[in-house]
Design a binder for this molecule. Structure first.
Ligand SMILES: [Mg+2]
Length: 196
């Protein structure tokens, strides 16, 4: 099983990492749970733009908090197959990202930097991601299964996606640990991997 794992919103709590920067820059105090959209507006800017800007700061990248239990979760995934880190972080953040992965003892087999739109083209059977369009594209364009991490910014619009995606190819989980159990029970059918 080839498992693609996104970083931001899956392993890294980039949102909790960006909130202090936003407060310092805009005087705006937001809570994690407030972030109800991928491009949540922040003044004339938005969350995605702020995060992309922060990604160019290696100190910020290497200090990002990790979600609870992800080191064990990744280790569990590696027992099931080959783990590829699949991230759309900018090129300038790669070195700091590799240091961050190592510093947090997050083990993987391969590191792939690509645009979000190219995630479905990667040689993976499973995509674990927090961006709803990524997971949906992956399932629609490929033959694998998608695992969506439940986050405040991906709750809207999920119902509309569930129907066309039926057939046991998309699941929502609370954390990477839950993904291990889910994939451990997944089965290889004639057409590809399917959740049981
Ligand atoms: Mg992400």
């Amino acid at each position: 099983m080839r498992i693609g794992v996104d970083i931001d919103g899956v392993l890294a709590d980039h949102v909790r990492g960006i909130l202090p920067r936003i407060e310092a820059k805009y005087g705006l105090r937001l809570n994690y749970e407030d972030l109800s959209a991928w491009r949540y507006a922040v003044g004339e800017s938005d969350m995605l733009l702020e995060i992309m800007e922060a990604m160019e700061d290696p100190e910020w990248v290497t200090a990002l908090p990790v979600y609870e239990g992800v080191a064990q979760g990744l280790a569990g995934l590696r027992e099931l197959g080959r783990v590829s880190i699949v991230t759309a972080r900018p090129e300038g953040a790669v070195q700091a990202t590799l240091a961050w992965l190592e510093g947090n003892q997050l083990a993987f087999d391969e590191f792939i930097r690509c645009e979000n739109a190219d995630k479905p083209a990667q040689a993976i059977d499973v995509l674990v991601d927090d961006h709803l369009p990524n997971v949906c594209d992956f399932v629609v364009r490929g033959n694998g299964v998608g695992v969506l991490l439940d986050r405040p910014w991906n709750r809207e619009g999920r119902e509309g996606m569930a129907e066309p995606l039926g057939g046991g190819r998309l699941r929502v989980v609370k954390g990477v640990g839950e993904t291990v159990a889910l994939l451990g029970a997944a089965q290889l059918h004639g057409h590809g991997l399917r959740f049981s």
